[in-house]
Write a protein that binds this ligand. Structure first.
Ligand code: CP
Length: 316
């Protein structure tokens, strides 16, 4: 007989939740950021497993610090040092971990792994990046846009331009456009477009999303300019990784955010990048380190928004 599970609040994709729920998470994150006690009892001694199949700086540190600040206990794990790395199934791993910890954050090679883990877990699972999406990153990005451009969380007049590969991070931006109500214009090479199904679903849900191969068209009058590394974490470590950069370099060079290109955006536009950044590839150093760049706030906001996401998932 199939086990009947109580409703579990996973955080797998931005599209899984309503605009109201997502805006409340952003409000909670802003409150945690300004809270003198940083929410120090909100996780009430809960234990959170942080499982990595890929390298990470921001996700690992911000989740580990966030759990500590909320009064919980983090356990950082990697698949290679677990039986998972020797063939124990994802389903069995999910069932065992559910007996020990209160939630799992996972960074996985494949989105299917996260879906399978969530399907078999009796506890919330949070997506810390897959080949399909990076919802925690884009929630931090939206929080940063709110701080600079939409303190009332009304994003209706905001235009976001994405320049570069249509990758996992861009997919979460597409889902966010449909939920938060900003206009999203993506400029990508024809061969490196985002998943057409994700765009179509977000558009059907009311998202104002356009796709072009002309970076000048996408960036025109944009309030927010976003790009990402040419070797995104979605294919980091794959045998084809470096080959992908070499093969795609010519295609991606016209989408580089140069200082000249940045002038085509609104005069007060902000520049965002989820990091790590490779100056001279996807963006000029003078943009990355310039006055319009908000990348360090964006990185800090991973901490605050992920604390709010953990509290949301655990009803804390
Ligand atoms: N942006 C991001 O997810 O950074 P890490 O890969 O360092 O976690």
């Amino acid at each position: 007989m199939k086990e009947v599970k109580p409703m579990i609040k996973h955080f797998l994709n931005i599209a899984d939740y309503s605009s109201d729920q997502l805006k409340q998470i952003i409000r909670d994150a802003l409150a945690l950021k300004s809270s003198p006690d940083r929410g120090n009892n909100m996780l009430n001694a809960k234990t959170i497993a942080l499982l990595f199949e890929k390298p990470s700086t921001r996700t690992r540190i911000s989740f580990e610090v966030g759990v500590h600040q909320l009064g919980g206990a983090p356990i950082v794990l990697d698949n290679k040092s677990m039986q998972l790395g020797r063939g124990e199934t994802v389903a069995d791993t999910a069932k065992v971990m559910s007996r020990y910890v209160d939630a799992i954050m996972i960074r996985a090679d494949s989105h299917d792994t996260v879906l399978e883990l969530a399907d078999h877990a009796a506890i919330p699972v949070i997506n810390g990046l897959t080949d399909q999406s990076h919802p925690c990153q884009v929630m931090a990005d939206v929080m940063t846009v709110a701080e600079y451009k939409a303190p009332d969380l009304n994003f209706a007049n905001i235009k976001v331009a994405w320049l570069g590969e249509g990758n996992n991070v861009s997919h979460s931006w597409i889902e966010a456009a449909a939920r938060f109500g900003f206009t999203l214009s993506l400029a990508t090479p024809d061969q490196l477009q985002p998943d057409a199904n994700i765009i179509a679903k977000a558009q059907a849900e009311g998202g104002a999303i356009t796709l072009t191969n002309d970076p000048a068209d996408a960036i025109k009058d944009a309030d927010v300019v976003v790009t990402d590394t040419w070797l995104s974490m979605s294919n980091f470590g794959s045998a084809s990784g470096q080959k992908d950069i070499d093969a795609h370099k010519d295609k991606l060079t016209p989408y580089r955010v140069t200082a000249i290109r940045m002038k085509e955006a609104a005069a007060d536009a902000i520049f965002m990048h989820c990091l790590p950044v490779y100056r001279g590839n996807e963006a000029d150093a003078e943009v990355v380190d310039g006055a319009q760049s908000v990348i360090w706030d964006e990185a800090e906001n991973r901490l605050h928004v992920q604390k709010a996401i953990m509290c949301f998932c655990l009803n804390s």
